[in-house]
Write a protein that binds this ligand. Structure first.
Ligand code: ASP
Length: 333
């Protein structure tokens, strides 16, 4: 029997049209572009329904509100479809994929997020291939995960990161192997997949104040001292190497203030590959002393989404810190 997939179109280049101000989403236009793809009516393809969001967004505008809407829409239709394809802009696709991986607890079918660097309306594009492969993969019952498909590879959503602003291989998963590769055939890397969940349990996010601070040589932490208020739930530090940060009095003041206010500090690395382990060098000892936690090999996108998730559950700070360092959805090794 032909499978059934629900496509949720949130915006992004894939469905954009040329306008005088540059590429922009246009309500309804993706229906016509998709209808022109003859392959989609082939018996080998799943049936699909399309939900076109209004407004359609450039993904730079996507935030908690849209993540909640996507999660709601999947939950509402969960039993009607074999899988879901989310069409999304590439700029924040890895954040949305990470967020959905935490929201869709207990998933037992595929949720595949994809988009393109060149829109469907152009003769030469990567949109058509990405869409066709994402639909085929979303009809595969053996992938019970939120994934990101791009440039012939399927990645675990919360392991993916955008690596190029203008190449067709725009994403990678530096710390986890691809879950599938689309060559002559679509080969699924079964041993890397997560186990099927028992029952979908959607965990909603609320708005949370968090910050991401990239460390750089010469950083004057006093510039950032005022961001640490008692409303700030968490900070992701993008540190050097395995978690090193140049010590200074103002950094110590930030760490003390964060500790006093109950702000969780998570340390990720600026390196594309590898893991953080604070305390390895003296240059991270003040982080350990102040109760900061290692983000290990999590991407910054996953760490941000996980902070939103854990802070939204209303857990005590010690529990947030513990879970931040625990593998919940395959986001850390
Ligand atoms: N600015 C676009 C977006 O993220 C880029 C893309 O889709 O490739 O919505």
């Amino acid at each position: 029997m032909r499978k059934k997939v629900c496509i949720i179109h949130t915006g992004g280049t894939i469905g954009m049209q040329k306008t005088a101000q540059g590429y922009a989403p246009q309500k309804g236009s993706i229906n016509a572009s998709i209808a022109e793809i003859k392959e989609l009516s082939s018996e080998e393809m799943p049936y699909y329904d399309l939900i076109d969001y209004d407004p359609l967004l450039d993904s730079s505008k996507i935030s908690i509100k849209e993540w909640v809407k996507i999660a709601h829409d999947i939950e509402e239709r969960y039993h009607e479809y074999d899988g879901f394809v989310i069409l999304h802009g590439t700029d924040t696709m890895a954040y949305t994929a990470s967020a959905l991986s935490f929201m869709l607890d207990g998933l037992d079918k595929p949720v595949i997020i994809t988009g393109s660097q060149i829109p469907l309306c152009e003769i030469r594009n990567d949109a058509r291939d990405n869409l066709i492969a994402a639909l085929l993969i979303a009809a595969e019952s053996q992938i019970p995960e939120v994934c990101l498909y791009f440039g012939n590879k399927l990645f675990r959503g919360n392991r993916a990161t955008k690596i190029s602003s203008d190449e067709l291989i725009a994403f990678d998963s530096p710390n986890y192997p691809p879950l599938a590769e689309a060559g002559v055939r679509i080969e699924i890397n079964k041993k890397e997949l997560r186990k099927k969940g028992q029952k979908l349990d959607v965990k909603m996010f609320q708005n949370q104040q968090i910050a991401v601070l990239k460390i750089f040589p010469g950083i004057q932490f006093e510039v950032f001292e005022n961001i640490v208020t008692d409303h700030l739930g968490g900070i992701v530090f993008e540190a050097f190497g395995v978690g090193n940060i140049p010590e200074s009095d103002s950094l110590i003041r930030i760490l003390r203030k964060a500790e006093k206010n109950g702000t969780v500090i998570v340390v990720c690395t600026q390196c594309l590959r590898g893991s953080v382990s604070i305390g390895t060098y003296e240059a991270s000892s003040m982080l350990v002393e102040s109760g900061a936690v290692s983000g290990y090999d999590m991407t910054v996108e996953a760490a941000v989404a996980k902070l939103y998730y854990l802070l939204s559950q209303g857990y005590q700070i010690e529990k947030v810190k513990k879970l931040m360092q625990t593998d919940l959805r395959g986001e850390l090794s």
